[in-house]
Design a protein. Sequence first.
Length: 323
Amino acid sequence: MLEGTQLTKDFRVRLGLFRGSATLRAVDDVSITIDAGETVALVGESGSGKSTLGRILLGLILQTSGAVHYRGTDFARLQGDAARQFRADVQAVFQDTSASLNPRRRVGESVIAPLLFNRRLSAAHARIESAQLLERVGLDPKIFASRFPHQLSGGQRQRVGLARALASQPRVIVADEPVSALDVSVRAQILKLMQDLQAQEKLAYLFITHDLGIARLIANRVMVMYLGAIVEEGNAADVFARPSHPYTLALTLSAPIPDPTRARPPRHLIGDIPSPLAPPPGCRFHPRCAFAQAICKTDAPPVREFENAHRSACHFAEQVRGG
Ligand SMILES: Nc1ncnc2c1ncn2[C@@H]1O[C@H](COP(=O)(O)OP(=O)(O)OP(=O)(O)O)[C@@H](O)[C@H]1O
Ligand SMILES: [Mg+2]
């Protein structure tokens, strides 16, 4: 449905007064496919490039190289009706709803806008449907349609964000940390709502999160990103049962998944994430890796493939899988 091929994104960043600028590679040769109806979780620490990748797939920023295909057509070649269809079919939900909800617009108007412009409904029809959409996300339109975003709780705002996204009848929703700002009980409600909507609408999600527990809960497939690159990907069940990259293993240990059958030596992350302006040579994870050997400092690891297209970019993937 939505496919990114060998995507790279460079940003020019200023280093400060008189120090010129440098190139920061936020996304480095990433390929990703999102099939109809599935949930792909994109996980990784802050600064790993998750949002940048999401924004490229949404068409909000342009990649430096690589291509995005929607239903087999190069995104850059979509024009007219096809481009409009893409913008309706691929919707965004952000952590910070201020990016998607106009603070000066009432909730009802925010949900009506895509009905008028993307779906071209009549004003009367749009009004009825916007009320139905609010009901579907668990908000009483009589109470909420006339409110402004600042008069809502975080969870209610995220429900409005979902109603607004659904108004375009999307096929894919790119959700960037949609529940990260919410407290635990509200988080569970919104995740449940997203799962229900997915089942009803056959929606696909690209679910961006730094929280492995959430990925484990909702994802069919998981992609693990580190300093701009995918270091491991596979079916969620495979990735969580058998992390095959030391970075994933360390992440699962910092969000422990109880498994009494596997007594593991400590494999936690060492130190902080390096500057993306100067990624380490060889394997970019080697300075923080408990498995690193001499080769990791010089040679970028090839991608190794295990059962069910479970892939890991690690010289010692077998050892990692062995625990
Ligand atoms: N417009 C920009 N100009 C320069 N650098 C940028 C820009 N946008 C992102 N970056 C840099 O690209 C890298 C990846 O950022 P990105 O926001 O994609 O990370 P992320 O994985 O979403 O992090 P977080 O979990 O904190 O949201 C970071 O080093 C960031 O500083
Ligand atoms: Mg982000």
